[in-house]
Ligand binder design. Structure first.
Ligand code: 5GP
Ligand code: ZN
Length: 112
């Protein structure tokens, strides 16, 4: 399957890794939108939130635990934002489930 993030998981495409375990990978976004901008993805190919099988939904709580740990490590104690873009209107450009974590500056609301 021709999936960019699957290639990052397999190491075919290099990434600046922050954390990895048997189920997830966290790495810095190549085009950061904030001083801190990283992505957390499941290693399994899941297209997006609409496509997470019910029996695999626990990956989401694991991803949030990993985000918690990294946020502490990176001193994001003043706050940060978790973003998931789902589908075309949601602005998803890579069809492999991912959660953005943005921090290190005041973030505007609402998004454009
Ligand atoms: P989306 O728009 O699908 O929510 O987010 C995709 C994100 O992946 C974008 O923020 C984009 O900068 C990032 N991205 C695209 N290609 C690469 C890549 O090859 N390496 C890394 N580290 N990030 C990428
Ligand atoms: Zn994939």
């Amino acid at each position: 399957m021709d999936c960019l993030f699957c290639k990052i998981v397999s190491g075919d495409i290099p990434s600046k890794k922050i954390y990895e375990d048997d189920r997830v990978l966290a790495f810095y976004d190549i085009d950061p939108k904030a001083p801190v901008h990283f992505l957390v993805i499941p290693k399994d190919h899941i297209k997006n939130v609409l496509e997470i099988p019910s029996k695999k939904l626990d990956i989401v709580s694991h991803i949030f635990k990993v985000i918690q740990n990294i946020a502490v490590e990176l001193n994001l104690n003043e706050g940060f934002r978790i973003v998931n873009n789902c589908g075309e209107q949601g602005g998803q450009t890579v069809d492999h489930l991912h959660f953005h974590v943005l921090g290190g500056r005041n973030l505007g609301w609402p998004p454009g």
